[in-house]
Design a protein around this ligand. Structure first.
Ligand SMILES: Nc1ncnc2c1ncn2[C@@H]1O[C@H](COP(=O)(O)OP(=O)(O)OP(=O)(O)O)[C@@H](O)[C@H]1O
Length: 316
């Protein structure tokens, strides 16, 4: 059974209706998207700033109500209007570890909240569970009575991971989980995440700007552009033999380990205006292979190789 399945999931942010005149079209942050993620898989999610990664992730964990679509986790269809239903199944780990922890609460209080709210555990059960989780992220028990500001970035991210694990989820969405950390600490946290994945039978969705990190941790990768999936494939195929010119651009622009992802100047390097989306392929304005077909007709995802799909009229 897949860990996660979503169908036609989309988000359009409405814009305020002007006092006079017609209502304006909203911002299409994520266009209707469908995907299945297998149990135990790590799915990397890449794309430039503004392509819809966070909007997708926030819908999947119940923090944002989708405009359309269905979400199923471990075979259970979730009510997307009921965020409480998500917490026991899928959890979010934020990029900035310290600011994601409530500064006025001790770590114990922070860890207890999901156990009380989601699982209704009594004090003894909570204490046992917190002790077990804390040990598994390699933190000392004395830390439980301290406050978030007393920790380094790496320790705080371990606490963020522990808080997410405490809810006993099947899936964790890791949103740039190491990009705020020193390079020397990044590898430790990535190794910890790998250990936890096998220990707790987790499935990961791993969002990152850093292609080298995504390639190292992911089984499959999806590449987003302007709110849509433009390529899906095994991590090694996506980075070594991309089929979509946008994926190629990303791979070429980040050849150095740890270098953040930024598309180089190529034609107009801006994303299209989300309030005035182009008619055909959203990447056509930047693509050296673009034809009239690309400017008039949006390409659909097509099979391009073994387990590799791309939405392109002129694949590489
Ligand atoms: N609350 C909102 N209201 C209106 N538009 C929004 C809102 N949140 C996001 N958007 C728009 O939706 C699009 C996708 O944004 P999103 O934050 O999901 O991208 P991202 O890929 O996660 O970027 P980043 O890497 O910078 O976080 C952008 O055009 C953004 O301006």
């Amino acid at each position: 059974m897949p860990a996660l399945k979503f169908t036609n999931l989309s988000k359009t942010f409405p814009r305020a209706k002007p006092l006079f005149g017609k209502a304006r079209a909203g911002v299409r942050a994520v266009r209707p998207m469908s995907l299945t993620v297998e149990t135990g898989e790590t799915l990397g999610i890449v794309g430039e700033s503004g392509c819809g990664k966070s909007t997708l992730a926030r819908m999947l964990v119940g923090l944002l109500e989708p405009s359309s679509g269905q979400i199923e986790i471990a075979g259970k269809a979730l009510d997307t209007a009921d965020p409480a239903a998500f917490g026991r199944l899928i959890q979010y780990v934020f990029q900035d570890p310290i600011s994601s922890l409530n500064p006025r609460k001790t770590i114990r209080q922070i860890m207890e909240t999901p156990l009380k709210q989601l699982h209704g555990m009594d004090r003894a059960e909570r204490s046992a569970r917190i002790g077990k989780i804390f040990a598994s992220v390699n933190l000392r028990k004395e830390f439980l009575d301290r406050y978030p500001h007393e920790f380094s970035g790496g320790q705080a991210q371990r606490i963020g991971i522990a808080r997410a694990l405490a809810a006993h989820p099947k899936i964790m969405v890791l949103d740039e989980p190491v990009s705020a950390l020193d390079v020397s600490i990044q590898a430790q946290v990535l190794n910890l995440l790998a250990d936890l994945k096998s220990k707790f039978d987790l499935t990961y969705l791993f969002i990152s700007h850093d292609l080298a990190v995504v390639e190292a941790v992911s089984n499959r990768v999806i590449v987003l552009y302007f709110g849509a999936v433009v390529e899906i494939g095994k991590a090694e195929d996506i980075f070594n033999s991309p089929k979509h010119p946008y994926t190629q651009l990303l791979a070429d622009s980040a050849p150095v380990v740890g270098r953040p992802l930024k598309a180089p100047e190529q034609k107009d390097s801006e994303l299209p205006d989300p309030l005035n989306p182009p008619k055909g392929c959203a990447f056509a304005g930047r693509c050296i292979y673009a034809s009239d077909l690309c400017r008039s007709t949006e390409p659909e995802l097509r099979v391009m190789g073994e387990n590799q799909l791309a939405a392109c009229h002129h694949p590489i």
